[in-house]
Design a protein around this ligand. Structure first.
Ligand code: B3K
Ligand code: ZN
Length: 883
């Protein structure tokens, strides 16, 4: 397989101005015709024109209406080359056949539950027709679709419908025209038996936009929340960024077989059903929140991604990091900002940090790839969003908005790079961003150490920072990064100190805003070692560092437990209150893990129990915040901090603390469950979600105690629940402990919901993720369950990735978990390489474990690499994991 490098990027020799596509959809085959207006980059260009193509059967090629003879073009497995195209502008017409019914890769044109649909990002368009399949080729499209009318009454593509009609013999056609030029990865086509929920949105300049959400007819009632989310997103983008929708029609189609969450094709977003369909009875609060976020995300791409797109795929974070940041902000504004931030930071720590510390570590803008699909990662997306957030932290809301405005002013209709975004932010604000660009080019999570000292005599408080960016594959030595540190200082009474200036680099710098002192300021750490000294500090403060988590780094500070308990109780920055609790919990868990490994009895620090209790009982706090604050850091997060990850010890310790808290705070948890019961109908809003979240966490703690009375309580909650959020939480609570009660309730749940595939997926996932000993066997049996299907990515994710999320079972010392995954990867790779490569990633950190586990995991990676016909996708991850 060939590796592709950013440094090799070259402008194309030919541009495509306009593309007319014709699809004749059939049951045996689909015929695709394209007519492309080609114009050379420069007069007299004599370079060959190389088109990408994959799994296509070529029928004919014409240049300026003349059919080319075979000696005038060259065809190989991946390309169609015209060695000497005419000089000047010309038209190229190509006819080819494809076989969507046989396409299990879910890329290009394929069938999902009887309907045709497409997925072209990143490089799927080449599975539809021959084309320069790269995002810097932007053209205007028309698309004519012909199909059997009774099987496919609905025919959709990008842009506006300009013509439709019937043919004799039961076929019909539709002609679509997209007035905006776009790269081919945004092309989409849908043909099927679908119905739509219709609504309208009036933009602030008065454009009336028709909104349609398409699903099979029986699912239409479940699209209310998706429509609400879409309208909220449209309004929000106008209010916050001044960005309006630019066409008269916006379509969303929900399909059950889809590789990822959703795709932002121009005016025809295609979604995985699980991110569209919801009803209170079948979807949880988490599902509702995910739908809001992803509908927002795809809609926001219309500007950040579609109107301004990426020059090449290395720039993916230009659109993804920015759009994730935008959807995070949208969700924050629709719910609780602190809780959303906590959730996003947890995700970063649990998934991105491990990636950044492993063999697949890559910068936000990667330098090379074998398969681009392997780089739709938490680094490009979530760390990329943190990079965008840092601009906002440094510039403030208004400065950030100025930067965004300039970005659109300069680049609307263009395919650009991360530097272009950086330059817009800088130029709009006349800002000094020093070495900020390293965030795009250096991989690895920076470690920042902070030491503090107070000089009572001089009344100064000093903070010394030192940073280290760990080596990552291909980058042994790193430069220091530009790290914005949002900071406040607390008096011993818990109040914030006013800050007006700071000594830095031998100068006194003002931090006041409009001559007023501030309570939070942003320090700019840009060197390997750097000191900041605050003058006029009347008592030793407790520092609140990285308020709101102002940079994606690992922090080591000299705060002691009593400082942390103090911050947990008093910090005016709610995020940092949560953070202080997490640092305490992480330290506690790590020290208990060491005790466990040395066969010492486990004893829980009473001060910790007390801290949790006071949060739990503080009625002034937001309930969802409480729910987050009493949730222990995940097992992965703790393993990530160990020299040699020990899944058994971490699991034992986390379970021990949970049970200990449950038993010591049993009364408080019981009251919490009682006080937070649902009294009214399900409403998706913050206060109600917060109440359910808190109740469900409390129930989970209680049920961990394996006490028959408490199991009865959970069963009662299960039976009386009026919404999926509470029913599923009760099911999860009961399913923690093996035994008849668990088996019965799982069977009951399945028989109640067997007709709803999205609910059945939750049922698969719950069992797959279970920590009960020897669960691999249960998962193997579930593979044979009639509701399971290896061709459906959602089911594969639920069952197989779900299983890998249970550290004890996936990392079982007998190697059973690794063997299971190894076999699944090989099977899946034959069907869908993208899904298989996501699975194989679960092996990538095998070196983090003890020798026995290392050799077991390594053997599976070697087995996978030696299997016949391996895809490039899996090859890339498996080989880099072993390197
Ligand atoms: N842009 C798509 C992801 C495409 C994944 C290709 N393998 C969804 C999104 O980020 O909005
Ligand atoms: Zn996206």
């Amino acid at each position: 397989p060939k590796e592709i490098f950013l440094k090799d990027y070259k402008l194309p020799d030919y541009y495509f101005e306009a593309v007319d596509l014709k699809f004749s959809l059939g049951e045996e085959k689909t015929i695709v015709s394209s007519k492309i207006t080609v114009s050379p980059k420069a007069e007299g260009c004599s370079a060959p024109l190389v088109l990408d193509g994959c799994d296509l059967k070529l029928v004919s090629v014409k240049v300026n209406s003349n059919e080319l003879k075979e000696e005038n073009f060259h065809l190989d497995l991946h390309h169609l080359t015209l060695p000497s195209p005419p000089s000047g502008k010309f038209t190229l017409e190509i006819v080819n056949e494809i076989y969507p019914q046989k396409n299990t890769s879910l890329e290009g044109l394929f069938k999902s539950s009887g309907n045709f649909c497409t997925q072209c990002e990143a490089e799927g368009f080449r599975k539809i027709t021959f084309y320069q399949d790269r995002p810097d080729i932007m053209a205007k499209y028309t698309c004519r679709i012909e199909a059997d009318k009774s099987l496919y009454p609905v025919l959709l593509s990008n842009g506006n419908l300009i013509e439709q009609g019937d043919f004799e013999g039961g076929r019909h056609y539709a002609l679509w025209e997209d007035p905006f030029k776009k790269p081919c990865y945004l092309f989409a086509l849908v043909a099927g038996h679908l119905e739509s929920r219709d609504d309208t949105f009036i933009t602030r300049s008065g454009r009336k936009v028709s909104l349609r959400i398409w699903t099979p007819v029986q699912d239409l009632p479940k699209t209310v929340h998706a429509m609400y989310s879409l309208k909220a997103a449209m309004k929000w983008d106008e209010n916050v960024f001044g960005l309006e929708y630019d066409l008269d029609l916006f379509n969303i189609v929900a399909v059950p077989d889809f590789d990822m969450g959703a795709m932002e094709n121009k005016s025809l977003n295609i979604f995985n059903s699980k991110l569209v369909l919801a009803s209170p009875e079948t979807a949880t609060d988490a599902d509702y929140a995910a739908i809001l976020g992803v509908i927002g995300h795809e809609y926001f791409h219309n500007w950040t991604g579609n109107r301004v797109t990426c020059r090449d795929w290395f720039q993916l974070s230009l659109k993804e990091g920015l759009t994730v940041f935008r959807d995070q902000e949208f969700s924050s504004d629709m719910g609780s900002r602190t809780v959303k931030r906590i959730a996003d930071v947890s995700r970063l720590r649990n998934f991105q940090f491990p990636q950044d510390a492993g063999p697949m570590a890559h910068p936000v803008r990667p330098h090379s790839y074998i398969k681009m699909d392997n780089f739709y990662t938490v680094t490009v997306y979530e760390k990329g969003a943190e990079v965008v957030r840092m601009y906002k932290t440094l510039l403030g809301s208004q400065g950030f908005r100025k930067g965004m405005d300039l970005y659109f002013k300069r680049h609307d209709g263009q395919a650009v790079t991360c530097e272009d975004f950086f330059a817009a932010m800088r130029d709009a604000n006349d800002a000094d961003f020093s070495n900020f660009l390293f965030w795009y080019s250096q991989a690895g999570t920076p470690h920042l150490k902070v030491t503090s000292s107070y000089n009572a005599e001089a009344r100064t408080y000093s903070l010394k920072f030192s940073q280290e960016v760990p080596p990552t594959p291909g980058q042994p030595v790193k430069e220091p990064m530009f790290i914005p540190v949002a900071i406040g200082l607390l008096y011993s009474n818990g109040k914030d100190m006013p800050l007006s200036s700071v000594y830095h680099d031998g100068k006194l710098e003002s931090v006041a805003v409009n001559d007023q002192p501030v309570y939070t300021t942003v320090l700019r750490v840009t060197k390997k070692e750097e000191e900041f000294v605050f003058p006029d500090i009347s008592e030793r403060p407790v520092p609140s560092l990285f308020r709101g988590y102002s940079a994606p780094i690992r922090l080591g500070s000299d705060l002691n437990d009593s400082d942390l308990f103090f911050l947990l109780a008093h910090d005016s920055d709610e995020f940092n209150r949560w953070e202080a609790g997490q640092v305490l919990a992480r330290n506690l868990m790590l020290s208990l893990v060491a005790d466990f490994q040395h066969n010492k009895p486990l004893v829980l620090n009473p001060q910790f129990v007390h801290g949790i209790k006071s949060i739990l009982c503080d009625s002034s706090l937001d309930k969802e915040f409480i729910a987050k604050a009493i949730t222990l850091p995940g097992e992965g997060e703790i393993m990530d901090m160990m020299k040699v990850a020990d899944p058994d010890a971490v699991h034992a310790v986390r379970s021990f603390i949970r049970k200990q808290l449950a038993s010591e705070l049993k009364e408080e948890f019981l009251i919490t469950v009682k006080d937070n019961k649902s009294t009214e109908q399900y409403v998706f809003n913050h206060p109600n979600m917060a109440r359910r979240a808190l109740k469900n966490i409390a129930l989970g703690y209680l049920a961990s105690l394996e006490d028959p009375e408490l199991a009865k309580l959970a069963l009662h909650e299960y039976k009386t629940a009026t919404n999926m959020t509470e029913q599923f939480a009760a099911l999860e609570a009961l399913a923690q402990n093996p035994g008849k009660a668990r088996d019965d309730v799982l069977a009951d749940f399945y028989s109640s919901w067997l007709d709803d595939f999205l609910v059945v997926n939750k049922w698969f996932a719950l069992q797959a993720m279970s920590d009960i000993p020897g669960n691999v066997e249960n998962v193997q049996n579930l593979l044979k369950h009639p509701a399971f299907d290896l061709r459906n990515p959602n089911k594969v994710h639920s069952l197989i990735l779900g299983f890998c999320r249970s550290p004890v079972n996936f990392h079982a010392k007998d190697g059973s978990g690794y063997r299971f995954l190894g076999e699944m990867v090989v099977q899946l790779d034959k069907l869908n390489p993208q899904v298989a490569s996501r699975m194989v990633s679960a092996f990538s950190r095998w070196r983090r474990y003890d020798e026995t586990r290392q050799s077991l995991a390594k053997a599976q990676l070697e087995m996978i690499l030696s299997s016949n016909g391996l895809s490039e996708n899996v090859f890339e991850i498996a080989s880099k994991s072993l390197a």
